[in-house]
Design a protein around this ligand. Structure first.
Ligand SMILES: [Fe+2]
Length: 336
């Protein structure tokens, strides 16, 4: 059964959770527990049905999404960001649906909230054997028939080496949108406290995992270049506004529409401050504790502005240009 509206309907789109959640803890990886949650990562769990995956992919592969929301830098060969909610209403409705929120909270071990709209539905995109032409609502499988793209077309979208990093936000939910049964590589790898690696099992298509990615250094292992790999990442922070905010922008500024990101970031930090003021102060408190609170929030505001001003080390690249050139070549071939 196929739905045609942009509504997320749990009976059609939320995959049933058939087994109890499984986790790997920070302690098992050799990390100190954080105040947020003892969980480092969840094992893969079912999140969205095949129909929901098809709908989410159709919003990613739309030519207007690719032409306007594709970014890249020396750490992220090809990402799609900021297409929610305008160009991807179904994807946005999926990630913000109360039943999805409930599933995510259960797997994270605490109540968490998407940081802001720009971080809902971030896509990491690696092209499959048919290159840009193979990018469809249905996954591009290696054994599918059709023209095989050149490596020149595919390589700019591929992770050549593990991209070790910590995320800009405390928690992420990583959703797999490609068929992984024939994958070589493409796993999320976690760096343990002793410097060795823990290789997370590959989520099957429609499955997801939660990662405390701000705390745990991690990477994606390089993938066979003949395999399409599309994953979606939504970033979260603890819902409780009084928890120390550990968000920053250094990993996302070079792969974002800067003005939109900065506006949503500042709006988020100011709203968080407003929530803190309502919850964290009161005339019943001592002058000393209210003064301390005021000083901490002043530092929080300064840091909020510094995050959009400080230089970043990452270097933007132009994968989008390669896509637009390909598209122009296709239209001129049709015209001939
Ligand atoms: Fe990450």
């Amino acid at each position: 059964m196929s739905s045609t509206t942009v509504s997320f309907i749990p009976d059609l789109h939320l995959a049933p959770l058939v087994e109890p959640p499984q986790y790997i803890t920070l302690a098992e990886l050799g990390y100190e527990p954080t105040a947020d949650s003892p969980i480092a990562a969840s094992k893969p769990f079912p999140l969205f049905t095949a129909e929901a995956v098809r709908r989410i992919r159709s919003e990613i592969v739309h030519p207007d999404t690719l032409a306007n929301h594709m970014f890249s830098d020396d750490y992220s060969p090809c990402v799609i960001r900021g297409h929610c909610p305008e160009r991807a209403p179904f994807t946005y409705n999926a990630w913000t649906h109360p039943e999805v929120t409930q599933r995510i909270n259960m797997l994270a071990g605490i109540s968490i909230t998407p940081v802001y709209d720009y971080e809902i539905g971030h896509v990491n995109l690696q092209l499959g054997p048919r290159g840009w032409a193979g990018l469809k609502a249905e996954p591009d499988l290696p054994e599918a028939q059709g023209q095989i793209a050149t490596q020149e077309e595919i390589l700019p979208t591929i992770f050549q080496v593990p991209n070790w990093h910590n995320d800009s936000y405390p928690f992420v939910c990583i959703l797999m949108l490609s068929e992984t049964s024939t994958f070589k590589g493409g796993n999320t790898i976690l760096r343990k406290g002793d410097g060795t690696s823990y290789i997370c099992p590959l989520p099957p298509i429609g499955h997801a995992m939660i990662l405390q990615g701000g705390q745990v250094t991690h990477a994606v292992s390089p993938t066979d270049s003949a395999q399409e790999r599309i994953s979606m990442v939504t970033s979260y922070r603890p819902t409780n506004p009084l928890v120390a905010d550990r968000c920053f922008l250094k990993t996302v500024r070079t792969v974002s529409d800067t003005e939109t990101l900065q506006k949503q970031w500042l709006d988020y930090r100011l709203r968080l401050l407003a929530e803190r003021i309502l919850k964290g102060t009161g005339s019943g408190q001592s002058v000393d504790s209210m003064s301390q609170f005021a000083k901490e929030q002043a530092a929080f505001l300064e840091e909020s502005v510094r995050q959009i001003m400080d230089p970043v080390e990452r270097i933007p690249t132009n994968t989008r240009g390669g896509y637009l050139d390909w598209r122009e070549a296709q239209s001129s071939m049709v015209a001939v």
